[in-house]
Design a protein around this ligand. Structure first.
Ligand SMILES: [Zn+2]
Length: 1019
């Protein structure tokens, strides 16, 4: 105690750098001898010593740990961890193109979750996947080969697509590895691809189960069809644009006959026309009727365009189209029913003249248009439904459709417009020149009242960004009405983060009644249906599938295209043909449709039970967690649920394939804009890691800084990335790194640490107990953050702890003790004990986010090839929870702020340069015996004060017995304790001489060491 009283644990905040710079104390006599002494003494200080570098060559350093903390670690934990299995089921990214920031965010978030669970002692099951079929790969392949789809056989296309997809997978895999994702990337069966044979077979078995449950059917009806993709699309593949421009037309249809007497009497003396508005004039060749609402009132008006029938409520709004009008009669929609009209193109040579009828439809309103609706059931869902309901469509031939697979008019349009006019339409795109040609024909026959450009909401193909059309084709559908209720019931058991996303997924499920699952492309899993050539009747049932799948099982899905049809016919059918001496290929053909890729990826859950980690008596769900972007509510989240519920036995209680869904938002640029090539604002994850061409503008931050960014953002919303946030992440990373480096440096390597005996908790000083309390709090916050998937909470607590608690406070005030005290002095051992704990906890707290840094710290400490993840995270016990120390230190910290303000005054007035040149008195007034803090001050003594203020001397004095310094400079301040007691603060010059070793002003005479230093050197 005596030694401590005369030689304080004051700080050496600026000492280290001066010593390193090699110049001597400016306040000592500036003789050569003094300089030599200082240098000689500097060597006797315990200055930090560690091979752990400051931040340099990140990529090199991280590269050293990549394999051990990713591939090897995954394998090790799967073989060695004894805890329960944790399954994070990977949603497969599309295997095409370089990774963007959304991919990086997605995989890093998953990796943080996996690594946290690993540290909890669980066996992590994570199999990264790729979605490999579908149009973009088919298009890319054809483009690379510079051929059109028609120039190659399906087998040739499939082979080339397989190669393209495999290459893309390898390229993306290399990029994912650069993100430090823990997985077994190279071993057989430890990644999945939707093109793998086993994967395809599982998918086909799911399809078979849905067929057996009667959920799959074929239908000729209008569907969303993308001419640019040459395929039908599901609702999930559409993107609606609000600024689509259409050339809408107002056209007239001439009445022919009517059962209504009023109208008939008018028809006898003049022409009466029905006025109709449509935004898709190209569908007029497919007109099959005009719909009215039976309850609406219609007016017969005289106008500049002749006598017209329009809804009464629309007459005024139509003034700018048809001019002023005179009402001749009024009737209801009901009155108009059964009225016939001439086809709109009937005036063209050889055009169809067969009259068409006015029909009732409940979807007609008087909100827009004319209140009369042109019906083309082949091109409108509502038209189709209205016509079907009235029995007007009995079979696929009773629907008029003149649109081919490329979205062009086909030859059959001649049946409506005549051969001559048809030449102007055939092979022209209905969305482009075909539409204009149709309007020209309408003008030719004098039926156009007005053409009007309108901007409106219109569906686009989300992959090609081209508009789609509604057109009738034969497609395969999954009936969702039959499984919707079960799917919604299954979702009841699923947890959602953020919780609001439950509504989103439920709304998507509720709003769909069928899922169009067929696509007209070859790069995919076949829909293995057989067709009778004569009738085009499809055959798809349990027995055909049993046989076909057994063939595909042996020969692969491509054999569906290359093999002869007889091989795919079940023995029963084949036997019948033989008995009748018929050739199989004359009677049957194989279907050419492939499955929607959402069916591919949606069946991914089925691999989990195959891998032994699926639903079981001990596991309620196949996957514990799925985490994807919010667009997957209409994609993968939904298609997994629908295939799982659809394929489940009817008797089983509906069950979800996943226990929890996490959703992340989109990554935007720093201004909150979507990243796009045209804006030039794309931030590439690999550029963040490796740096850009100009390293000053785009520094090489390394993987961990990128991961720290991902941990910092509130990922459940849309988030921003750019130079500013990245440099902030880099700064936070630097603070964390330097904190670790400080701890490592002062532990003096493995040997130094082992020598020192730890100080038990009850013998630690108040400051040390306080730091341990803060460390305990950090761990608890981090555990809570990781457990609730709130990584921003972890990152914020971590940044606060390293910036504020360590860098700005604890490391600053402990330097003097660490450097200058006797190596095994109690106080120094106390600090070292705390630094050890800090490093233990910090390594675990950062490990899920910053695995490379955690491994680097671990290796520096342990010096062997083990991984920081091989020992579970054992957090500090609750004995370190010390609210008393925290409350006491809170008051000390307030006092410290007041004193530092006085010291700053002295520094500004050039009385001191370093706080070590100062001494501080805390003057306790009379009647302080009941003040808690005054009592604590006296109990703790002056050492705590010297340490906290980094001064050479401190005194706690009684106001009565004391008069204060009588000479030199002096600063006075005050401080109020919690109970309102006012303490006086006096800052004045330290009275003693400077010690050449530790630079505190603590030695009574010149030319000698202070007591503490002398002690340190002699022990
Ligand atoms: Zn000293």
């Amino acid at each position: 105690m005596l030694r401590r009283a005369t030689c304080p644990r004051a700080g050496l905040a600026i000492l280290t750098s001066r010593l390193r710079a090699g110049y001597a104390s400016t306040a000592s006599t500036s003789s050569e001898q003094a300089k030599l002494d200082s240098k000689a003494f500097a060597k006797t200080l315990q200055l930090p010593n560690t091979p752990f570098p400051l931040w340099a060559n990140v990529a090199d350093v991280e590269g050293k740990y990549r394999a051990s903390t990713c591939d090897s670690l995954y394998k090790w934990q799967w073989e060695n961890n004894k805890g329960p299995v944790f399954v994070l089921h990977d949603g497969p990214p599309y295997a095409n193109g370089n990774l963007h920031m959304g991919h990086a965010l997605n995989k890093v978030l998953k990796d943080m979750i996996n690594r946290f669970h690993l540290l909890q002692g669980r066996r992590v099951h994570y199999i990264p996947g790729w979605d490999c079929h579908g149009l973009p790969i088919e298009n890319k392949t054809l483009k690379d080969l510079k051929v059109h789809v028609s120039q190659l056989s399906p087998s040739e296309i499939r082979e080339a697509c397989q190669a393209t997809a495999s290459n893309e997978v390898e390229s993306q895999k290399a990029q994912f590895r650069a993100l430090g994702i823990m997985a077994d990337w190279d071993s057989e069966g430890k990644i999945y691809r939707t093109l793998d044979h086993k994967y395809e077979m599982r998918q086909l078995r799911i399809f078979q189960k849905m067929v057996e449950k009667g959920l799959i059917y074929r239908h000729y009806r209008p569907v969303h069809y993308s001419p640019s993709s040459l395929s039908a699309l599901a609702e999930a593949e559409l993107e609606y644009k609000d600024d689509h421009v259409s050339h809408s037309v107002y056209v007239t249809f001439d009445l022919e006959e009517t059962p209504n007497e009023t109208l008939r009497s008018m028809l006898d003396s003049q022409d009466v026309k029905l006025l109709v508005w449509t935004t898709t004039p190209w569908t007029l060749t497919a007109n099959m009727g005009i719909a009215v609402h039976p309850d609406l009132v219609y007016s017969v008006v005289k106008s500049q365009e002749g006598v017209l029938v329009v809804a009464k409520d629309r007459v005024e709004a139509l003034t700018d189209i048809i001019g002023e009008t005179e009402v001749l009669a009024q009737l209801t929609g009901q009155d108009l029913l059964g009225t016939s009209y001439r086809p709109i193109f009937s005036a063209l040579p050889n055009a169809s003249t067969q009259a068409l009828k006015v029909v009732p439809a409940s979807h007609v309103t008087s909100d827009s248009g004319t209140g009369l609706v042109h019906c083309a059931p082949a091109h409108g869902t509502e038209d189709y439904q209205a016509f079907r309901a009235q029995g007007l469509i009995s079979n696929s031939h009773s629907m008029i459709c003149h649109v081919g697979s490329a979205g062009e008019f086909v030859g059959s349009v001649a049946e409506v417009v005549g051969e001559e006019a048809a030449e102007k339409l055939v092979n022209k795109s209905v969305l482009k020149e075909g539409s204009r040609a149709a309007v020209d024909l309408l003008r030719e026959v004098g039926q156009v009242v007005k053409v009007k450009r309108i901007k409106h909401r219109y569906p686009y193909d989300w992959k090609t960004d081209e508009p789609i059309i509604l057109t009738a084709t034969s497609q395969w559908f999954a009936n969702l009405d039959d499984i919707k209720e079960n799917a919604l019931e299954a979702l009841q058991e699923v947890a959602f983060i953020p919780p609001i996303s439950r509504n989103r997924l439920e709304a998507f499920v509720k709003s769909r009644s069928e899922w169009c699952i067929s696509r007209q492309r070859v790069w995919g899993v076949p829909i293995p249906a057989l067709y009778e050539i004569a009738t085009d009747k499809a055959i798809l049932n349990s027995s055909t599938l049993d046989h076909i799948l057994s063939v595909i099982e042996k020969k692969g899905t491509s054999y569906w295209w290359s093999g002869p049809v007889e091989e795919f016919l079940p023995p029963s059918i084949l036997g019948d043909l033989k008995a009748k001496d018929l050739q199989a290929s004359d009677i049957y053909r194989k279907g050419t449709d492939t499955m929607d890729v959402w069916f591919d990826s949606g069946s991914s859950w089925s691999m989990l039970p195959d891998m032994g980690v699926g639903q079981s008596p001990t596991r309620r769900f196949h996957a514990d967690v799925c985490l994807e972007g919010s667009d997957q509510h209409r994609g993968w989240f939904q298609s997994q649920l629908l295939t799982a519920v659809g394929a489940a036995p009817k008797t089983e209680k509906p069950s979800s394939p996943y226990a929890m869904l996490l959703t992340h938002g989109m990554v935007l640029d720093e201004k909150g804009r979507k990243m796009s090539k045209s804006l030039g604002n794309i931030v590439s994850p690999l550029t963040v890691i490796n740096g850009g061409k100009d390293k000053k503008k785009e520094p090489a931050y390394g993987t961990d800084v990128l991961r720290l960014w991902a941990a910092t953002v509130e990922y459940w919303r849309d988030m921003s990335i750019g130079p500013t946030v990245l440099s902030q992440s880099a700064e936070s990373y630097r603070k964390i790194r330097n904190s670790a480096r400080f701890c490592l440096g002062n532990m003096d390597g493995v040997a130094g640490r082992q020598q020192l005996e730890k100080v038990p908790r009850e013998k630690l000083d108040l400051i040390e107990r306080y730091i341990m309390h803060e460390l305990y709090k950090l761990e608890q916050t981090a555990l809570d953050g990781y457990t609730t998937y709130n990584f921003a909470k972890v990152a914020n607590a971590l940044t606060h702890f390293t910036n504020i608690t360590l860098s700005s406070f604890y490391f600053d005030i402990t330097k003097d003790c660490l450097y200058a005290d006797a190596i095994n002095g109690t106080a120094r051992r106390g600090v070292i004990t705390v630094l050890n704990h800090i490093l233990d906890s910090l390594t675990k707290v950062i490990a899920p986010i910053l695995p490379h840094l955690a491994e680097e710290i671990h290796t520096t400490r342990v010096g062997d090839a083990t991984s920081a993840f091989m020992t579970p995270w054992t957090p500090l016990g609750s004995e370190w929870h010390d609210p008393t120390a925290a409350a006491q230190m809170e008051t000390y910290m307030r006092l410290r702020s007041s004193v530092l303000a006085q010291l700053e005054q002295a520094r500004m007035n050039k009385h001191i340069r370093s706080s070590l040149e100062a001494a501080v008195d805390i003057v306790i007034p009379e009647g302080a015996s009941s003040d808690e803090f005054a009592l604590l001050l006296q109990k703790q003594g002056v050492d705590t004060l010297k340490t906290l203020f980094i001064v050479s001397d401190a005194n706690i004095v009684n106001a009565l017995s004391e008069h204060g310094p009588t000479e030199g400079w002096l600063y006075n301040g005050t401080f109020k304790t919690a109970s309102g007691l006012e303490l006086a603060i006096r800052v004045h010059a330290a009275p003693l001489h400077k010690c050449p070793r530790c630079w505190t002003y603590t030695r009574p005479e010149e030319e000698t060491l202070c007591g503490r230093c002398s002690n340190a050197l002699h022990h």
